[in-house]
Design a protein around this ligand. Structure first.
Ligand SMILES: Cc1cc2nc3c(=O)[nH]c(=O)nc-3n(C[C@H](O)[C@H](O)[C@H](O)COP(=O)(O)O)c2cc1C
Length: 357
C-alpha cells in the first residue's frame, strides 16, 4: 500500500536501543513532540499518543495570564491518556507564572515549560518568548518562582541566540547562568537564532541557520543538564545521529504532517518492543475517540479532523483522505463515520491498484 518506504531509514535501528548511547541520562524525554500553537491541541495529542506510548508531548503555548485570569479549565483540560504531557507557558511575570504553574499542576501535567523561543511580534509585545533571552536574570526569577510553586519539573525551551548574534558564548552564558541560579535541569534548545525584527514566525523556523554543533557543545560543557535538541529533524536516522550527542530530540512539524513517523519510536528509542500500531488501528482508535468527543463536548468534527490529515502520508490515496477530511460539506454532519469511510476509500484504492498490476 505504501507509495514510498517512509520507515526505510529505520533500517539497522530495529534492535538497537538508542538510549544506551547516552548512558545514565533520564530517558523519559528521549523523544518529544514540540509545542505548536493551534496544532498540538488535545485532539492532535490523543492521536500522537495512540501512535507512541512513550513520546513526551507538549501542549501549545498557553498564556500564563489567561490561565490565572481566564477560563483555566478550557485552557488546561486534557485527557489523562495523553500523558506524559507537559504544559508550555508563555509569560514574564514570576508571580503570574507561578500561579499559572500551580493551577496547571493541579490538572496533573507532568512538566511545566517556559517559552523563551517564540519570536512572534505579539509575544514580544507581551515581553515574553524569545526576547526573554536578553534578560537571563528575569528568566531565572520566573523559573524559580514556578519551581517553588510546583513539585513537577520546570523546564525551558529557548533558541541558540537572538538576531544576528553568531557566537556560542552568549548561549553558554545564558544556560550556565540558569544552571547556577535555578533548579532547572532540562533545556530544550531550538538550534536556530530567533530574528526578532523582519521575519515572520514561520520564516523564523526556516531561515536562521541550524547550528546543531552549538547544542552538542552545550551537552559537552554541561553534562549534568538534560539537553534536548530541536529544529529541522525529519527522520529516524537523524534522530539516531543527534542522540549520540544529546539526551533527547524534539520533533515539531514532521510529527504533525507525518505522525506515523512516530510508529516505531517506542521500539527504536524507548526499548519497548510492543507491537507497533498500524494505520487500521489508529483509525479505529480515532473513530472511537471522535465519537466520544462529539457526544460529550461541543467540539466539531472539522476541528478534530484537521489534525488527522497527515495520518496517511506516504500511502496511495493519501490525497483522497485529506480531501474527504477537509470537505466542509462532509464534515458538517459531525459523524465520525467519515473517518472510517475515508480509510475504506484508501483501502479500496489500494486493492484496485494491486488488481490492476
Ligand atoms: C504552527 C507552529 C506553532 C508553533 N508554536 C509554538 C509554541 O506555541 N511554542 C513554542 O515553543 N514553539 C512553537 N513552535 C515552534 C516549534 O515548537 C519548534 O521549535 C519548531 O517548529 C522547530 O522544530 P521543527 O523543525 O521540528 O518543526 C511552533 C511551530 C509551528 C510550526
Amino acid at each position: 500500500m505504501q507509495e514510498d518506504t517512509p520507515f526505510a531509514d529505520a533500517d539497522g535501528l530495529a534492535n538497537n536501543d538508542v538510549r544506551s548511547l547516552k548512558k545514565g541520562a533520564d530517558a523519559k524525554r528521549t523523544l518529544a513532540v514540540a509545542p505548536m500553537l493551534d496544532w498540538t491541541d488535545r485532539h492532535y495529542r490523543y492521536m500522537a499518543r495512540l501512535i507512541s506510548k512513550h513520546t513526551w508531548l507538549y501542549s501549545e503555548m498557553v498564556n500564563a495570564n489567561a490561565v490565572v485570569h481566564g477560563d483555566s479549565k478550557g485552557l488546561l483540560m486534557f485527557n489523562p491518556q495523553e500523558q506524559p504531557l507537559a504544559l508550555q507557558l508563555g509569560g514574564s511575570e514570576p508571580a503570574i507564572l507561578a500561579r499559572a504553574a500551580k493551577i496547571a499542576a493541579g490538572y496533573g501535567y507532568d512538566e511545566i515549560n517556559l517559552n523563551c523561543g517564540c519570536p512572534s511580534p505579539r509575544v514580544q509585545k507581551g515581553a515574553f518568548g524569545a526576547c526573554l533571552m536578553r534578560e537571563v536574570e528575569l528568566v531565572a526569577q520566573c523559573l524559580n518562582a514556578m519551581q517553588e510553586a510546583v513539585a513537577i519539573p520546570v523546564t525551558i525551551k529557548h533558541r541558540i541566540g537572538l538576531d544576528k548574534e553568531t557566537a556560542y558564548q552568549p548561549l553558554a552564558d545564558f544556560v550556565g547562568t540558569l544552571r547556577e541560579q535555578t533548579a532547572c535541569r532540562i533545556f530544550i534548545v531550538h538550534a536556530r537564532n530567533a530574528w526578532l525584527a523582519g521575519l515572520s514566525p514561520k520564516d523564523n523556523r526556516d531561515i536562521p541557520p541550524l547550528r546543531y554543533d552549538y547544542v552538542y557543545r552545550l551537552k559537552q560543557e554541561f553534562p549534568d543538564l538534560q539537553i534536548i535538541l530541536n529544529g529541522g529533524v525529519t527522520s529516524n536516522t537523524e534522530i539516531k545521529q543527534h542522540l549520540q550527542y544529546v539526551d533527547g530530540v524534539m520533533v515539531g512539524r514532521e510529527a504533525y504532517h507525518n505522525p506515523m513517523l512516530m510508529q516505531h519510536w517506542d521500539a527504536l528509542f524507548f526499548g519497548d518492543q510492543h507491537q507497533a500500531i498500524d494505520h487500521e488501528e489508529v483509525v479505529s482508535g480515532l473513530v472511537e475517540y471522535v465519537q466520544h468527543e462529539l457526544q460529550h463536548s461541543d467540539v466539531s468534527l472539522q476541528h478534530m479532523a484537521r489534525h488527522y490529515l497527515g495520518l496517511m502520508h506516504g500511502l496511495v490515496g493519501a490525497r483522497n483522505w485529506r480531501r474527504m477530511l477537509s470537505d466542509a460539506s462532509l464534515l458538517k454532519n459531525n459523524n465520525a463515520k467519515l473517518i472510517q469511510d475515508a480509510w475504506q476509500f484508501i483501502k479500496n484504492q489500494s486493492v484496485n491498484r494491486s488488481e490492476a498490476i
